[in-house]
Each structure stands twice: as structure tokens, then as C-alpha cells.
Design a protein around this ligand. Structure first.
Ligand code: PLP
Length: 395
């Protein structure tokens, strides 16, 4: 195919033209600093206020509880570090899961180095956290539970309402990283007992470098960035007005189209899933088949390296992702895939495909054809596969 086929929407998304259009005047016409006193600048202040209102509405939050950040990473860092500091008189114990995004895991590790205790609870083979273990791990010193809404690699959706209830019953705060779930699933922070929630615009066809942290009123949460009175003194720095406006526009469109988008994604995803699982032997789907985001598929192909598959798909103009991360020159298998019990060699042969409603059936079918062809090519070069086939033939 001549045109690029983009199947990496969990990594980032294409910004909607309406979003770009909304942003542009805030660079060149309405560029006033919301903190300035004159009338021209107050237009920026009003615009930011309206954007905050629209975003708050999308999760049934109250407007003053939305704090703009530079993205999901900052929101996660803020929620965890500032809560730990503010509640250190109550305790020093945090509970999270083994398959969180590194924005959460590395922040928890940072706190461990500063004397906090962190429990990393297990994830079952379907990619759902263990609620019984969560309940059992709560101590009198537990101050925070931070569990993601939907996983970024395998798309599995967590029992957020139950987690929120457990936290509430035990008088522990609950933060959720909803970076992958926001505007893909209906979220009502009040109904779900969520105290803090992180989100990011670039995962939902908005601009990069803008996100928010929802902090329920009444929570003692310290300011995270110091130096100004912005965001009610909690997050200093001149507001990124164009991006805030683009974020709100992307949210408005996504919330209005959630049903159609989900249906379209499911239709395409099911074609892709059925064809890959039935036409490529020795393949498994990672994560629960049903309790997952409508646009996410994650496969492991036995006897191959996911990185080689990615490079060869790239040569066919297909953008996808594998779970492996390059650390100190070596490829480590994804911590998410290891957390659901995959052995290293299977985790290494993984591929994540994340669609959007703009993909076409033709693109999906072409992708499956290419996966089939490439996986077979790679297996034909694999001594492990050769051994396996020889053994099978001897039986
Ligand atoms: N949390 C999750 C679950 C993510 O998928 C990502 C991005 O990949 C982040 C946090 C970080 O968000 P950002 O890129 O906006 O910093």
C-alpha cells in the first residue's frame, strides 16, 4: 500500500483538523496571558475557564477540580508524589499494580527510595488486577491506591468502581491513570468513587504536551510546580492556552462521537482479531477478549521477535508497536506481558495494534495479509521453529 497505515493510536493520535483550527487564533490573535489584567488578556482567561468547564463535564467533575498539566506523565507524578507528601503523617504505604505505565511505576520507585513502602499487586492472566489481594494489602498506613483505568499495552479495563469502593470503605485515596480510557469509555468520577484522575490530550486526537489531573475537592494535595498563582496556586506556569483550547475541542468531539467510534473500531478490530487468530498458527491474544478497549489488540506470535516483525511491517508502510523496551542496549520484554504470566520468549514475540475509527477494512485486511507473510518469513529463518516442526513431524 502506498499510504501509511497507522495502527499505533495508543502511542499517539493524529490531531483533528477542527482541533487545529480551534487552536490557531490563540497563537496569533488571542495570545494574551490569562493572568494579565487588561481586557484583551481576560479573553484568554475566559476561554480557559470555558475549556475547563467542558472537560470537567466530560467526567462529571466540578470545574475547579480540573488542573491542567503538561500531559499524563506529569499528572501521574503529581497525584502520587503530592499525595504521599501531604498524607505522610497518616502513613507511608501506597498500593499500585504490576502493570502500570512507567509514569506511575517509576514515581512509586522514586518514593520507595525516599522511605515510602509500595505494594505492587498482581494481575491475572487476562490482564485484570486481583481485587482480593488489593483488599488484603490495605494497612492502617495505606494512604493511596493508584490503579490504571485501562492498560496501554493490552487494553484491559479494570474494575474501577469496585476499586473506588474498596478505597472509600478503607478511607484510602484512589487515583486512576485514565490516559488510555478517557473519551474511549464513559467516566463518571463521582459514581466510580475516583479521587484523582490523570488524562492526556494526545491520545484522543488533541495536541501533545497537555493533560489534566482531576483532584476531588477536599483532598489535601500539595502544589506540584512552584512559581506562580496559576491553577489555583497548585501548578504554576503560564497556561498553555492554545493547547488547552485544542484539548477541550478534541474532548467535545470525542464525547459526542463515543458510540459511533466504538462501534466502528469494534467492527474493524473483530475482523483483524478473527483473521489473525485463525490464519496465523501459534498465536495468542494477550488480555481479556471482551474487557478491553475497543481499539486494542495485542498478539504474541511464537518463534519470532516482535522487533523484527515491527521493522518488516514498517517496510510495508504499517505503523505498529511491540511491548519490548530498549534499556541499556538490550531489549527487555514488556513488564505488562510478564505481569500476565507470559514467558520471556513469548513476550518478546508480541505486537500491539491500536486502531481508530478512520482506519478502513481494506487497511485491516492488508495488514493481516502482511502479518501472515512476515511471520511465516521470520519463522522460516528461526532455528527454534525448525526444531519444533521437526519434533512435530516425528510424532
Ligand atoms: N499513562 C498511560 C497509561 C499512557 O499510555 C501514557 C502514554 O503513553 C502516559 C501515562 C503518559 O502520558 P503523556 O504522554 O501525556 O505524558
Amino acid at each position: 500500500m502506498e499510504n501509511k497505515i497507522y495502527l499505533d493510536n495508543a502511542a499517539t493520535t493524529k490531531v483533528r483538523p477542527e482541533v487545529v483550527e480551534t487552536m490557531l487564533p490563540y497563537f496569533t490573535e488571542q495570545y494574551g496571558n490569562p493572568s494579565s489584567v487588561y481586557e484583551f488578556a481576560s479573553q484568554s482567561k475566559i476561554a480557559v475557564d470555558e475549556a475547563r468547564e467542558a472537560i470537567a463535564k466530560s467526567i462529571n467533575a466540578d470545574k475547579p477540580d480540573i488542573y491542567f498539566t503538561s500531559g499524563g506523565t506529569e499528572a501521574d507524578n503529581w497525584a502520587i508524589v503530592a499525595t504521599a507528601e501531604a498524607y505522610k503523617d497518616k502513613g507511608n504505604h501506597i498500593i499500585t499494580s504490576k502493570f502500570e505505565h512507567h509514569a506511575v511505576l517509576h514515581t512509586c520507585e522514586y518514593l520507595e527510595r525516599r522511605g515510602y513502602e509500595v505494594t505492587y499487586i498482581d494481575v491475572n492472566e487476562n490482564g485484570i488486577i486481583d481485587l482480593d489481594q488489593l483488599k488484603n494489602e490495605i494497612r492502617p498506613t495505606t494512604i493511596l491506591i493508584t490503579i490504571m483505568f485501562a492498560n496501554n499495552e493490552i487494553g484491559t479495563i479494570q474494575p474501577i468502581k469496585e476499586i473506588g469502593q474498596i478505597a472509600k470503605d478503607n478511607n484510602v485515596l484512589f487515583h486512576t491513570d485514565a490516559v488510555q480510557a478517557y473519551t474511549h469509555l464513559d467516566i463518571d468520577v463521582k459514581d466510580l468513587n475516583i479521587d484523582m484522575l490523570s488524562a492526556s490530550a494526545h491520545k484522543l486526537k488533541g495536541p501533545k504536551g497537555i493533560g489534566f489531573l482531576y483532584i476531588r475537592k477536599g483532598i489535601k494535595n500539595r502544589s506540584f510546580i512552584h512559581g506562580g498563582a496559576q491553577e489555583r496556586r497548585r501548578r504554576a506556569g503560564t497556561e498553555n492556552v492554545p493547547s488547552i483550547m485544542g484539548f477541550a475541542k478534541a474532548v467535545e468531539i470525542n464525547m459526542a462521537t463515543i458510540k459511533e467510534r466504538t462501534e466502528k473500531e469494534l467492527e474493524l478490530r473483530n475482523i483483524l482479531m478473527k483473521r489473525v487468530l485463525s490464519e496465523v498458527p501459534f498465536t495468542r491474544l494477550n488480555g481479556d477478549k471482551n474487557r478491553r478497549l475497543s481499539n486494542n489488540l495485542n498478539f504474541s506470535f511464537q518463534f519470532i521477535e516482535g522487533e523484527s516483525l515491527l521493522i518488516m511491517l514498517d517496510m510495508k508502510n504499517i505503523c505498529a508497536s511491540s511491548g519490548s523496551a530498549c534499556t541499556s542496549g538490550a531489549l527487555d520484554p514488556s513488564h505488562v506481558l510478564l505481569s500476565i504470566g507470559l514467558p520471556h520468549e513469548i513476550a518478546h514475540g508480541s505486537l500491539r495494534l491500536t486502531l481508530c475509527e478512520e482506519n478502513t477494512e481494506e487497511e485491516i485486511n492488508y495488514t493481516v495479509d502482511m502479518i501472515k507473510e512476515i511471520v511465516q518469513k521470520l519463522r522460516d529463518m528461526s532455528p527454534l521453529y525448525e526444531d519444533f516442526i521437526k519434533k512435530q513431524n516425528r510424532r
